[in-house]
Design a protein around this ligand. Sequence first.
Ligand SMILES: [Zn+2]
Length: 297
Amino acid sequence: MIYIFLCVDFDRDAAFPTLGHKHAVSKPKQTETQDILTDPEKSAEIQGSIEGFDKILSFLIQKKLPTVFYFEARTIDLISKKYPEFLKRLNQPYFEMGVHGYDHEDLVGKETGMPLESQEEFNLIKKAKDKIEELFSTKIIGFRAPYMRVSENTQKILMDLGFVYDSSIYQESDKSIVPYSDEYGLIEFPVIKTPKESLMKGMYTYLWPLFEGKRGIKEVVNNYIQLIYNSTENNSYISINLHSWHFAYNVEQNCYLSQKEIRKNAEFLIKLIVKLEEIEGVHFSTPKLWLEENELL
Ligand SMILES: [Zn+2]
């Protein structure tokens, strides 16, 4: 059996690092004045995630499709205050909740120039975990680092905070993979990046190029089918990774999309899911369910 994890990084609209700020700034807000840029909450725009994710959320609920959400705590906190009904719809037993920073921090400060001290990183991840657990009345075991960048302290911090797994590392593979345990006992669920010389031609399993119009849906579907076709190991997994706002916001054009374009993007993802579901031996799941089914939890 091959597991498929649908992984949603649930961010403020297009979270980008900004020099001199520890928190991310929404791309559509990058030209705002300093008082907005310096405020983690005011610099967060969530319109794209709300409008863009609506249709796909209905689809996931209707199918009861296991999905894992890595939440930026600020974003889900804002949603709980402004769109409580939306939060309720996200709170489904077949959805797994994980942490994706409090304000989408660049933990190593690579692009912000503001690396976090170990204690500060601990406090931030704890604050994010507590907030998300409180909003969904659940216990969180999974983490994905903002910008897929962990610091030298992250793994130990995650263990100390009771996380069981991380999913912030790319692994080159042309087939499904299995998680592994790191030196601290934290389980790593890498994200596949296919080799350049493979049939999939160096594809990150993020749907970024699909929503930015850089890869067509046919190519993306075929690449995932190829990954599954190449897979040999039982109980291995492939993840499909995407951002909550990407149905409604184009980064390169720096613009929000029309309802028609949002629908088209949602239909792309639905098509990919439906096509993969048709393949025998393919099973949609989440890392937490994988760990339970493989008796590691
Ligand atoms: Zn993110």
